[in-house]
Design a protein around this ligand. Structure first.
Ligand SMILES: Nc1ncnc2c1ncn2[C@@H]1O[C@H](COP(=O)(O)OP(=O)(O)OP(=O)(O)O)[C@@H](O)[C@H]1O
Ligand SMILES: [Mg+2]
Length: 308
């Protein structure tokens, strides 16, 4: 069974106007998104700004209510959970946030920041709690005495490790990481990403990695879903997406990745222009009347694209 199954998810934000704040329209941020996460994999949700990635992630963790559609965690619909099952879900799915500068409370010590989720779920003595937090801080590569410091005493990369330690304490199954390194210096990005890979095996984690950066997605993900205007336009393994993109939108994204090899730059530029011309020609037929992707069509066992 899939760890997480998202089926025809829709999240519409009301647009209100006038004195009575009546709803005059909706922003269809997520509009028919479906995919599955298998245990232990890293699934990348990639797409341009505003395509609905963050909204989708926050709905999966229960921060936003779905307008329609279903989300199942190990077979159970998350909007129907209550009691112990709800508490279990809140432990099993954790999030790593984009900005380690604003997501850690500046007035709290690292000990209290990391212990907070533990305090919500477990009754530990102060000594047990401190031991556990020091242990996690050490496992994310910081000195155990860091627990007595405040967030401003750390670098961005270290802060993101603190955010990761906080997400790990409840031994989650799924971590949703929304642009986890985009606020970090490029030199630190790889470090944090590689660290996420290292702990994946140790903690048997499944990742949903949300990013607009195809380089990061390629480095990290086993399978990838390309999102466009609230739904998937293509889905496949890393090879499917980067070697054989099928939808013109996906081909355009992949063609735009800068090639580090200077000798291939001219050839790549030529290819990019070619894809750009095709995109102009095919644009109309490649999307439905609302300008959104058609339903996904299965091309191979692993690869699907929104082709007619
Ligand atoms: N709270 C909100 N109220 C109304 N509209 C919203 C709200 N949050 C997001 N939106 C709109 O929903 C759409 C999707 O936004 P979302 O933040 O999910 O995109 P994203 O893919 O994460 O973009 P980015 O790459 O810039 O982070 C956008 O059009 C956005 O303006
Ligand atoms: Mg976002």
């Amino acid at each position: 069974m899939a760890l997480l199954r998202v089926d025809q998810l829709k999240v519409y934000y009301p647009v209100r106007s006038g004195l009575l704040r009546r709803t005059v329209d909706y922003v269809k941020a997520v509009d028919g998104l479906s995919f599955e996460l298998q245990h232990g994999e890293t699934y990348g949700l990639v797409g341009e700004s505003g395509c609905g990635k963050t909204t989708a992630g926050r709905t999966m963790i229960g921060l936003i209510r779905a307008t329609a559609g279903e989300i199942h965690l190990e077979g159970d619909r998350i909007d129907r959970l209550s009691g112990r099952a709800l508490s279990r879900y809140r432990r099993d799915v954790q999030m790593i946030f984009q900005d380690p500068y604003s997501s850690l409370n500046p007035r709290k010590r690292v000990l209290d920041i990391i212990a907070e989720p533990l305090r919500n779920f477990e009754r530990l003595s102060p000594q047990e709690e401190r031991r556990k937090v020091r242990d996690f801080v050490e496992r994310v590569g910081l000195h155990p005495d860091s627990v007595y410091k405040y967030p401003h005493e750390f670098s961005g990369g270290q802060r993101q490790r603190i955010g990761i330690a906080r997400a790990l304490t409840l031994n989650p199954k799924l971590i949703i990481a929304d642009e986890p390194v985009s606020s970090l210096d490029v030199s630190v990005q790889a470090q944090v990403l590689n660290f996420m890979k290292d702990i994946q095996r140790e903690f048997r984690l499944t990742y949903l990695l949300i990013s607009h950066d195809l380089g990061i997605i390629r480095h990290m993900c086993d399978r990838i879903g390309i999102m466009y205007r609230g739904r998937l336009v293509e889905e496949g393994t890393r090879d499917d997406i980067f070697e054989q993109p099928q939808h013109i939108y996906a081909r355009r994204l992949v063609a735009a990745i800068p090639n580090p090899n200077p000798r291939q730059r001219d050839a790549q530029r030529e290819r990019r222009l070619q894809v750009e011309r095709e995109y102009e020609q095919l644009r109309e037929q490649s999307f439905d009347r609302e300008g959104k992707p058609h339903p996904l069509k299965r091309l191979t066992e692993s690869h699907s694209a929104a082709l007619l």
